[in-house]
Ligand binder design. Structure first.
Ligand code: AP5
Ligand code: MG
Length: 192
């Protein structure tokens, strides 16, 4: 399987690049943010819990997210591999992902870190908020999301460096040029 963690700050292009990756590499895209937004739309129990965190720009508790991810994987047993977008976001989530994949005789193949300057992140999210009305794309929540990213999520880069799986990607420029960097890395990945 080819299992890719796509990583980066809010607005760095994880969802956009995932859309291109799945077309070329036939992976299943799992965005924990998209799963949660769908739960909120459907007013499920998890959705009712999630809304309070998402609208404040805070992370949901690890155990809830890990159970959710594990259930999503159980529903996709014939997959050729996954692209994990927005997960893991904490060290306990990374440890859980390794365990969950090891239980399925596989592991994370590679991690791609989309690097984008903060001014650019903010302007992308403000623009999207005006265009699509995503509830967490307002300046106050964006600032909280960025703070949470720096304090809780950015340390994962070190975790994947230690696993020799880390790749930095220049996440600014055209969407096509960014995808070219990703394509080159994924083409050299050893599939297990
Ligand atoms: P999530 O949905 O994962 O949001 P995020 O990480 O904040 O990231 P975004 O989806 O905003 O950005 P993106 O990197 O996907 O960029 P995109 O491609 O859209 O999480 C939302 C919330 O859910 C969290 O705050 C938390 O509450 C909760 N949550 C989710 N996962 C969790 C977890 N594991 N644990 C706990 N809680 C969790 O691009 C952004 C914009 O830029 C778009 O408009 C796009 O068109 C544009 N764009 C993309 N590429 C370019 C480019 N090259 N040039 C110009 N514009 C571009
Ligand atoms: Mg996204």
């Amino acid at each position: 399987m080819l299992n890719v963690v796509i990583f980066g700050a809010p607005g760095s292009g994880k969802g956009t690049q995932s859309g291109l990756i799945i077309k070329e590499f036939w992976l299943d895209h799992i965005s924990t943010g998209d799963v949660l937004r769908s739960e909120i739309k459907n007013k499920t129990k998890l959705g009712l819990i999630a809304v309070g965190y998402i609208d404040k720009g805070l992370l949901l508790p690890d155990d809830l997210i890990i159970d959710m991810l594990s259930n999503v994987l159980d529903g996709k047993k014939d997959s050729a591999g996954f692209i994990f977008d927005g997960f893991p976001r904490t060290i306990p989530q990374a440890v859980a992902l390794k365990r969950i994949l090891n239980e399925r005789s596989t592991d994370v193949t590679t991690m791609l870190d989309l690097k984008v300057e903060e001014d650019e992140l903010i302007s992308r999210m403000i623009e999207r908020g005006e265009r699509l009305g995503r509830s967490d794309d307002n300046l106050e929540t964006i600032k909280s999301r960025l703070d949470v990213y720096h304090s809780q999520t950015a340390p994962l880069a070190e975790y994947y460096k230690e696993e020799n799986k880390y790749h930095a990607i220049k996440g600014e420029g055209t969407i096509g040029d960014i995808f070219e960097q990703i394509r080159k890395i994924l083409n050299t990945c050893q599939i297990s």
